[in-house]
Design a protein around this ligand. Structure first.
Ligand code: RM4
Ligand code: MN
Length: 363
């Protein structure tokens, strides 16, 4: 069994980043369901990014990654940076460069890039030419990054394009990142793989290559479901965190951004974010509880069942009391969900945020 003080120290250092879009209205392509109390303006969103960063700082939080959006404009129907039309590519690149300006103002380290680019039909566009355009755009943006800024390139198997996706997998992302330089890193969205993909293997490979920039955590049953992380397959999340912990990459100095990328369409949004953070913490605590010596000994001895037991024993541990204790030690409520319910904040924002246009996904 691991030293509990060390486990707690590692958990205290572990930072999890929340996505702004999780707090806005969202839905499927069939329907966006509005919820009361959703933010409308960017203090509730923002125009003066430096002021926003100061406001966040006053609240004891930091602005995280800047997520580019080159997928919600009429011009991007045939792609953004891979579009055959140079005018559209120029527009997309200008947006990406503007994102770096925003990072300068907010002090954000990471530019997160996800491209909806791809094609629906064989022959629709030239696969290699699209990669050339992508490489050129990435190089332009990379050259604009400051010394402490990074570019995180996300991949996704399919959707919205169904024949080719220009960054469909970690190999493609990694190749582009390697061509660019050390400030380009791969981001693993846990919902962006084919069913049955061994994500922890990908994580191990990227860690080994020094190219894991971060995670977009969420759960999927079928495709890019964006459900709460740890809801569909907590054992998978545990296995992923085991790879991260094993590479000593939990600490902020390791430079891995642990981000949530979720949408809460039918469940209340703030409690859902709290639940998600708790799910990541539980998986992480279990991963840290793996008896590393017993595991290594069993592995070296070829003790298949013993090695497997070292993993499953840790996974079967109820870490909720440990995490409750940890929260109390850091001056937090041991039970975050009931603390939120007791706070009255949910009722307060419903009462205050009436009228106006709620922040929303695609409506
Ligand atoms: C993508 C990907 C990105 C997210 C967009 C909206 O599937 O997960 O991270 O920002 O969706
Ligand atoms: Mn994502």
């Amino acid at each position: 069994m691991r030293d509990l003080t060390a486990v707690k120290a590692a958990l205290k250092e572990h930072e999890i980043e929340l996505p702004s879009w999780a707090f806005g209205n969202s839905g499927t392509r069939f329907k966006v369901f509005g919820q009361p109390g959703v933010p409308r303006t960017p203090w509730e969103k923002a125009d003066d990014y430096a002021a926003l960063a100061r406001h966040a700082g006053d609240l004891g939080i930091r602005i995280g990654a800047v997520n580019a959006n080159v997928f919600q404009d009429e011009d991007y129907k045939l792609g953004s940076v891979c579009n055959p039309d140079p005018r559209v590519r120029k527009k997309a690149i200008a947006h990406l460069l503007e994102c770096v300006d925003v990072m300068d103002a907010t002090g954000s380290r990471d530019l997160k890039l996800w491209f909806a680019d791809g094609t629906n039909y064989p022959g629709q566009d030239d696969i290699r030419a699209r990669q050339d355009r992508l490489a050129e755009a990435l190089a332009t943006v990379y050259a604009r990054l400051g010394g402490d800024q990074r570019m995180l390139l996300e991949y996704k198997l399919f959707e919205p394009s169904f024949y080719t996706t220009d960054v469909p997998d970690w190999g493609t992302s990694l190749l582009h990142c390697q061509a660019l330089g050390p400030k380009a890193q791969v981001v693993v969205d846990t919902g962006h793989h084919a069913p049955g993909t061994n994500i922890e293997f990908i994580v191990a490979m990227l860690l080994r290559a020094g190219r894991l920039g971060g995670f977009d955590f969420n759960s999927r049953f079928y495709a890019d479901d964006d459900l709460m992380v740890g809801a569909a397959d907590p054992f998978q999340l545990f296995r992923i965190m085991h790879e991260v912990a094993g590479a000593d990459a939990l600490k902020p100095a390791a430079g891995i951004a642990f981000m949530l990328d979720q949408c809460h369409n039918i469940e209340p949004k703030i409690p859902a974010q709290i639940r998600s953070v708790m799910n990541v913490q539980e998986a992480t605590a279990k991963a840290l509880l793996i008896d590393a010596d017993a595991l290594a000994t069993a592995q070296l001895a070829g003790d298949v069942l013993g090695a497997n037991a070292a993993m499953t024993d840790a996974f079967s541990t109820d870490v909720r009391p440990l995490l409750a204790e940890l929260r109390e030690e850091t001056g937090l409520d041991p039970d975050p969900l009931s603390a939120y319910a007791r706070s009255g904040y949910g009722e307060k924002i419903i009462a205050e945020r009436v009228g106006g246009t709620p922040a929303s996904w695609g409506s």
